[in-house]
Design a binder for this molecule. Structure first.
Ligand code: AMP
Length: 597
């Protein structure tokens, strides 16, 4: 099922891709057959497929329910607690992958097996021939890819729990990746594997600057992380240049393997390079800076689809319009698909799901179910009968992705809404529409309407009535931050509210305290989200917002205050009526994950 081929051979890679997409239907059936044969005896599947004759697609579809994380959680928790019986998978679960999606305020945990690492490696390798097809000469230079790991933790039973990319970068598969020249990146493994993200960032940027004349591509996984690196460069270029000038590494880089690996790349003092980089970085405007520092760069590889699309204008500003390449669509549960037309505009990005990664099904999302999902009145049973297979989706329609993996998720709703944009051979291509229920996201945080409502309800000041609120993800500065627009009314008079600065700042902090684990980690530990802001707006602002929506075609009967606004007219209305702005003055509490039941 995991084809082996030489990833340095572009022609062979592209042929394999043609093969996979042409035979998507048969491969999908084969994948399901294999998953069922492998995992039929597990406790979970046995409870639905009780007879040997049930080991087929039809019984699977009729008897195994479509589920979400809450349904799987008790099984996964037992694995975390050390139950090594075949609960979900017949292969040993070697680790749990911590997703950025949360449940009960904590990251969801996804089971993973040794074989999954090979599957991910296969997926990564497929990206190489695709990029080589579109951009010539990539093997004549290096990529400055800023890649990071996060500290891993152990569950009560000693099982590792860590993010999927941490797992991959620590694997032998990554460390021993075939070093065709395409795969050469400026960051030594030691700098990627350094768990102190500040030291890791500094060292990776230093290596990227020293090797600037060889760099042909820049990148990170998500646009937010890449822009954080640009900001870091802005704040630290003087020190970075001092290190290049003297051929040493700043004394606060205490990770010894990091130091050594960087020193060997610095290879002595280089004052000419230091002067050049310093002159570029001290320019008044940083517009187009990336092109100037790394002049041979052909593109920036970062995900700019979904919530990351908000970063496109800032990336364009710093890069001077370099192509932005979103190559993959993946998650902790499974790696899904690749963009086989990587130089297309960000708005045209579609991902072709690789049919051998998992068994894929699709829950149609029409206007009605979409509205129901948003209002919380959605009943899955109404839709389960309408679920379709990978090759039977229809162009132009919206679907929620449902996966069955080799590692033990069965008919599992990922929570992503996708739109079919077309087909490559028999394999459909999808644009990423949205994460179900997520209204705010700056980095890997995913705040739902419900999370926001609870936090606001908890934090609102007692001396006022909070008559309306909405929110906005402000990414005009780095890091971005959440903005809440509040319309407040004094409890007794109709005068404009007298806003006490301290009280309002406390409200900002309290909202943050109530948001989930991933938000608090981004804000407290990763510093990838800035202090939350409340903008108090004058009375009647939300009436004006409603008038505006109606003027744009909303129906008066159906109008609901949007709990999140994007840039544009609605934001202008809100911003023009702000009577007070307040920021959280402290970071929310956050502690590394405890994995108790
Ligand atoms: P995680 O489980 O933390 O790895 O997050 C996976 C989720 O990130 C996916 O289910 C998507 O919602 C989102 N995601 C991953 N790749 C992309 C992409 N290329 N475009 C948009 N969203 C993505």
């Amino acid at each position: 099922m995991i084809p082996s081929y030489d990833p340095t051979n572009t022609e062979a890679g592209l042929k394999l891709l043609e093969n996979l997409t042409t035979n998507a239907d048969t491969i999908q059936q084969h994948v399901l057959h294999q998953i069922l044969s492998q995992n039929y005896g597990t406790e979970y599947l046995k409870s639905f497929l009780d007879k040997e004759s049930d080991k087929n697609q039809e019984s699977f579809k009729n008897k195994v329910p479509v589920v979400d994380y809450e349904d799987m959680k008790p099984f996964i928790q037992r694995i975390a607690d050390g139950d090594s019986s075949h609960i979900l998978s017949s292969q040993p679960i070697i680790e749990l992958l911590t997703s950025s999606g949360t449940s009960g305020g904590k990251p969801k945990l996804m089971p993973s097996t040794a074989e999954e690492l090979d599957r991910k490696t296969f997926f990564y390798n497929m990206l190489v021939p695709v990029m080589n097809k579109f951009v010539n000469g990539l093997d004549e230079g290096k990529g400055m890819y800023l890649l990071f790991v996060k500290p891993e933790i152990k569950t009560l039973s000693g099982l590792k729990a860590r993010p999927v990319l941490t797992s991959y970068y620590k694997s032998q598969q990554f460390k021993n990746r075939p070093f065709n020249k395409y795969n050469v990146i400026t960051s030594p493994n030691e700098t990627i594997l350094c768990e102190d993200s500040k030291q890791s960032m500094y060292c990776q940027l230093l290596c990227g600057l020293v090797q600037r004349s060889h760099v042909l591509r820049l990148g990170a996984i998500f646009a937010s992380a890449f822009l954080r690196a640009v900001k870091f460069l802005e704040n630290h270029y003087t020190q970075l240049c001092a290190d290049i000038r003297t051929g040493t590494v700043a004394s606060w880089i205490t990770d010894s393997s990091c130091r050594e690996s960087v020193l060997s790349i610095l290879n002595g003092p280089n004052s000419d390079l230091a002067d050049e980089v310093e002159a570029l970085c001290s320019a008044k405007s940083w517009e187009g800076i990336l092109r100037r520092i790394w002049p041979k760069t052909k593109y920036i590889e970062v995900i700019v689809t979904g919530s990351m699309a908000q970063y496109i204008p800032t990336l364009d500003f710093y890069s001077g319009g370099l192509p932005l390449v979103s190559v993959m669509y993946a998650s902790s549960e499974c790696f899904f698909g690749i963009n086989i037309n990587p130089l297309c505009k960000p708005s045209d990005v579609s991902y072709t799901l690789l049919p051998n990664m998992a068994y894929f099904e699709f829950l149609p999302v029409d206007e009605k179910s979409h509205e129901k999902i948003h209002s919380g009145s959605y009943n899955l049973k109404d839709d389960q009968g309408r679920i379709v297979d990978l090759v039977n989706v229809e162009t132009g329609r919206y679907y929620e992705l449902v996966i069955t993996t080799f590692a033990g998720l069965y008919r599992y709703r990922v929570g992503d809404i996708l739109k079919v944009t077309g087909f490559h051979n028999k394999a459909p291509q999808f644009s990423f529409v949205e994460r179900r229920n997520v209204v705010l996201s700056i980095d890997t945080d995913k705040t739902s309407e419900e999370d926001l409502m609870k936090a606001v309800a908890q934090a609102k000041p007692s001396s006022f009535l909070l008559t309306e609120y909405t929110s906005y993800a402000d990414t005009s500065s780095i890091p971005g931050h959440y903005v809440l627009f509040w319309e407040l009314r004094p409890r007794h008079k109709d005068d404009p509210p007298k806003l006490d600065e301290k009280v309002m700042e406390d409200c900002c902090s309290e909202v943050e305290d109530c948001l989930d684990y991933v938000y608090r980690r981004c804000r407290n530990k990763d510093k990838s989200i800035g202090p939350l802001e409340i903008r108090v707006v004058s009375f009647g602002t939300f009436d004006s917002l409603m008038d505006f929506s109606i003027s744009q075609g909303s129906s008066v009967n159906q109008y609901k205050t949007p709990r999140c606004v994007k840039s544009g007219g609605a934001l202008q209305i809100l911003d023009s009526r702000v009577i007070g702005r307040f920021f959280s003055k402290r970071e929310p509490q956050w502690e590394p994950l405890g994995l108790d039941s």
